[in-house]
Write a protein that binds this ligand. Structure first.
Ligand code: AMP
Length: 280
């Protein structure tokens, strides 16, 4: 496994690989790696000759400076975890490398996909995500790039970006990796005590409840039910949204969408968690 902190070094390495006809997979991350990330790495390694993993905590996608400050960082542990995972190159760029002209987002048309949920609750978040991912695509030039459904809205936005800008990369989705109890794996989980990890299971329970019971209710009633159950457990629900799986717009009736997905964001002891599930 090779380590690079400049785009130039990485490019020299990848040029040689490409000249030998080797296909390149890419897994962008913000580090604090867990088994969810490693599943993406393995997915890429199974489909490509080279797998590049980037580790970069992107400042422009944080709308809350305290959240950015608290975000877990442990690059050496990450590198140790990637050893033997199928990753062939780790890219750990500086902020200057990614943002040579200053740390700010580009204005990018995201096709209305950023209007709801994370886009509505974290102003500027997806401008930051799209800007950094586009920059990484320019630097790495991957054939395939792997994104988790854990950040489903992000996955859809990056797929839209790649298509609308004709970027020569295939965006490959990966299902949500959960622990044995159902909690979606997340870098932020390591900020939770064991007790809070148990409380955080309320997200998964609510999603499962919705999947099993949505037919008996309207989308609004589903959201109300979840909101009430969070209140009872004294948990801080930021939003519960039911949207059309294609355009990510809110729906008022199940007939409004061919496929619908439910999304939750909640904070547990000040740690912000998200999760989602396809209803039909
Ligand atoms: P992050 O480091 O949180 O930016 O995540 C990097 C990539 O890993 C993103 O594509 C995430 O969607 C994906 N990812 C994070 N957690 C999970 C999970 N539990 N299951 C599947 N993919 C995940």
């Amino acid at each position: 496994m090779h380590l690079f902190d400049t785009g130039r070094g990485l490019n020299e390495y990848l040029k040689k690989a490409r000249d030998q006809g080797r296909q390149v997979g890419f897994v962008p991350t913000m580090g604090a790696l867990h088994q969810g990330h490693l599943a993406l790495v393995k997915h890429s390694a199974a489909e490509n000759d080279e797998t590049v993993v980037s580790i970069f905590v992107n400042p422009t996608q944080f709308n809350n400076q305290e959240d950015l400050r608290k975000y877990p960082r442990n690059p050496q542990k990450d590198i140790d975890m990637l050893e033997g995972s199928g990753c062939t190159a780790v890219f750990l760029p500086s902020e200057k490398e990614i943002y040579p002209k200053g740390t700010r987002s580009k204005v990018i048309d995201l096709g209305g996909l950023a209007e709801t949920m994370e886009g509505a609750h974290r102003p500027g978040h997806f401008d930051g995500v799209a800007t950094v991912v586009w920059r990484f695509f320019e630097l790495v030039k991957p054939d395939n790039a792997y994104f988790g459904e854990k950040d489903y809205q992000q996955l859809r936005i990056i797929t839209f970006l790649a298509k609308s800008k004709n970027l020569p990369v295939a965006i490959v989705p990966h299902p949500i990796e959960r622990n044995k109890d159902g909690l979606a794996l997340s870098s932020r989980n390591q900020l939770l005590s064991t007790k809070d990890q148990d409380r955080a299971l309320a997200l998964y329970r609510a999603l499962e409840w919705a999947r099993q019971n949505y037919r008996k209710h309207t989308p609004k009633q589903v959201k109300e039910h979840i909101s009430n159950s969070f209140k009872k457990e004294d948990l801080n629900l930021e939003y519960a949204e039911v949207v059309d799986d294609t355009n990510l717009q809110h729906i008022n009736s199940w007939d409004d969408a061919e496929h619908a997905r439910i999304f939750l964001a909640a904070s547990v002891s000040g740690v912000r968690l998200i999760d989602n599930l396809l209803l039909f």
